[in-house]
Design a protein around this ligand. Structure first.
Ligand code: FUB
Length: 333
């Protein structure tokens, strides 16, 4: 049957309207801020890195300990749009890991990527577990066991071997700062990350625990000073938070200055276990952390968030304003 003029016109309008509706992808491209949480799902203890002009986030999968047998990662060109990389490491790549795969610390060295992790939540020195390291040719993994055994498998200076952070000083030396149960050690890493070596004074595990320290250490350098940050309170509760100190060396002494990240009754509870991003060549800083939505009380219902971090004129870190919006687009050169 021949279509009437008005039928043809109607078809044109419908087709035109359909073509004018942006696709889901186009809508996603229009996102103006990251939003908080930055990705869907229960994730905690995020490690934030920049590799090859992309931002990377490596969190703990926040679930019951026996279900924590893998880690996902996320990459982004601009902090707003994130791509998920599933199971970048799991128990098939590191055979001695049984459970409680926690708090990754990832670093690139000589073209390889090393993912340090805590595993098995050991309670004494006869249990198998502790801090391990896995290696990959790519930031998205797959990461495979570097040693075939833990790097640190003993409780030294009363510090549970978890929550490791890898810090590279300007002279090229890599340090690992770690510890749960309210105690923090710093160790010197061997150049190939196969073990630890003693300091000049013969001590291998240097205790640097500041007042209030619980877990989740982070270190970075700014204007020649060493900033040491950590989490306080209990991670299962609402008052988990982040405090910091400033020192002249990676070993301190570190005197607690104050809290810079905590819950906000209008936004979320339990804000802590963080990492920081400094946009290379700038004084722009971000803090990536986990928190619990106001609607949640389950310990593991933690989500990964990002907000801006600022310093005052004296070099102190200003208290962070946690937001629902997150951050705007920041491409890397
Ligand atoms: O996510 C597991 C554990 O919870 C981490 O290792 C602790 O720091 C706490 O965030």
């Amino acid at each position: 049957m021949k279509k009437s003029i008005s039928q043809k016109l109607l078809l044109k309008i419908i087709l035109g309207a359909a073509l004018a509706v942006p696709s889901v992808t186009a809508l996603a491209q229009d996102k103006k801020t990251s939003g908080n949480p930055v990705v869907e799902g229960w994730y905690a203890d995020p490690e934030a890195k920049i590799f090859d002009h992309q931002y990377w986030l490596y969190p703990t999968y926040s679930a019951k300990y026996n279900e924590q047998v893998f880690m996902d990662a996320f990459s982004s060109p601009d902090l707003v749009h994130w791509t998920k990389h599933s199971h970048v490491v799991d128990t098939s790549g590191v055979k001695w890991v049984r459970r409680a795969l926690w708090a990754p610390a990832v670093t690139e060295k000589d073209g390889k990527y090393y993912l340090f992790f805590g595993a098995n939540d050991i309670q004494n020195n006869s249990e198998k577990g502790g801090i391990g390291v896995a290696v990959s040719d790519k930031p998205e993994g797959p990461f495979k066991d570097h040693l075939g055994k833990p790097l640190i498998d003993q409780i030294i200076n009363k510090a549970q071997p978890i929550d490791q952070f890898v810090f590279k000083d300007d002279n090229g030396q890599y340090y690992m700062i770690y510890g749960g149960w309210g105690q923090c050690n710093i160790v010197k890493l061997k150049n190939d990350f196969t073990g630890v070596i003693p300091f000049e004074d013969g001590i291998t595990y240097k205790k640097i625990t500041p007042e209030g320290y619980v877990e989740g250490p982070v270190m970075f350098k700014r204007n020649g000073k060493y900033y040491f940050m950590w989490s306080e309170g209990g991670w299962t509760g609402p008052d988990y938070r982040v405090a910091y100190a400033i020192g002249n060396t990676p070993f301190g002494p570190f005197k607690r200055i104050g809290t810079i990240l905590k819950q906000d009754a209008t936004i979320a509870t339990g804000a802590g276990h963080h990492s920081v991003i400094n946009v290379p060549g700038t004084d722009e800083w971000y803090i990536v952390y986990h928190r619990r939505p106001l609607t949640e009380t389950d310990a593991n219902h933690r989500v990964m968030c990002i907000d801006k971090m600022y310093f005052d004129a004296d070099g102190n870190i200003k208290p962070v304003k946690i937001t629902n919006e997150g951050v705007t687009s920041r491409m890397l050169k």
